[in-house]
Every structure is written in C-alpha cells, then in structure tokens.
Design a protein. Structure first.
Length: 190
C-alpha cells in the first residue's frame, strides 16, 4: 500500500485526474491531499467560517470527483477545483438569503485592536466589506473573470469591476504595497 502511495506522489495532477475519472479513488485522494488546503484557504478569504469552509471544500471535491472526466488539463487542477468551491460557496450564501442589499453594508467592521502588529492578507481582506472581499477573492484567489463573477453573483459587470477596484485599492493602502499589478482578473474587451 505505501509503495502505491509513493507512486501516486510522483504523478502529475492531469494523470491523477485521468485515473480518477475512471473511478480511481486512491488517485483522487492524492488530488484532495495536494489541494484541499488551498481550497479551504480561498473559502476562508471569501468569508467562510472554518467549519463552513471545510463543508464547502468537501462538497467541491465530491463534485470534482463526479465531474473529473470534464477536467481536460488545460489549466491547473487546483484552479479548477477552487472555481467549483467558489461557486458552491456563492450558491450556499444566496440560498441563505444573506445577500440582501450588501452594497449598503457600510464600512468594514472594527479595525484590528493591535495596530502596531504586522498585518497579513487575511486581516486586510477582513477589513473589506463583504462584496469587495468576495469579488477580490474570486478574481485573484479563484481566477474567475469579472464576467464570471458578475454571472455568479447576479450583479452588473460594472458593479463587480467597482468592487474589485475598490477592494484592491483598500488592500494596497492597508498593506502599503505600492502600484497595482497589470493584467489581473480582466475580461476580454473590458
């Protein structure tokens, strides 16, 4: 059994996904081992509590296993499964009817109590309002285009663009990282 596991660790994600598509549970288990932390991390950055992030990640991997034959290897497996997780999280939030006028949510909650300590990205993301955090996380964490985010959140494209820009501007200011990077999370023709 351990020889089999060591063989799996040598395989590329595309090979593992191909085996998983034919029912290979061990191969899919290796994919889960490799990518579950990044999926849960994205969900946490989107605002999910730890238990919810674990639940949605589990649902995403179940869905990925069922649809493994759809993975063509044109992009990274981790990006593919993170998109599945992000969409599942958004659907769950919409079902819970928490999306009632989030634009009016106002300013971020209280700032961190210890201003002197170094801030990390998660702290900075938590300082954004909910829609800014979700849009920035989907754009830069899950790799969705702004059009995909607009469709997933049922928002106008211009609104998504505004949330991403405002969120990134606030993150840059809070983290003091300087000018914006070029070419991230863009739509063709935008």
């Amino acid at each position: 059994m351990s020889a089999r596991k060591s063989d799996l660790s040598r395989l590329h994600d595309v090979e593992l996904a191909a085996f998983a598509a034919t029912g290979g549970r061990l191969e899919f288990g290796e994919l889960v081992r490799r990518h579950s932390a990044s999926v849960r991390g994205l969900l946490r950055r989107m605002g999910a509590e730890p238990a919810l992030a674990d639940d949605v990640a589990q649902d995403a991997f179940i869905q990925a296993f069922e649809r493994c034959a759809d993975f063509r290897g044109e992009g990274a497996f981790s990006a593919w499964v993170r998109k599945i997780a992000a969409r599942l999280y958004i659907k769950r939030r919409q079902k819970e009817a928490r999306w009632t006028d989030l634009d009016a949510a106002g300013e971020p909650e209280a700032l961190l109590p210890d201003i002197g300590r170094a801030l990390d990205l998660d702290d900075a993301l938590n300082s954004l309002n909910e829609l800014e955090r979700v849009c920035v996380s989907l754009c830069h964490g899950a790799g969705l285009t702004q059009s995909e985010i607009a469709a997933a959140l049922n928002l106008p494209l211009g609104t998504v663009k505004s949330h991403v820009k405002r969120g990134l501007d606030k993150l840059r200011a809070r983290l003091d990282v300087g000018p914006k990077p070029q070419g991230r999370c863009a739509d063709v023709g935008s």
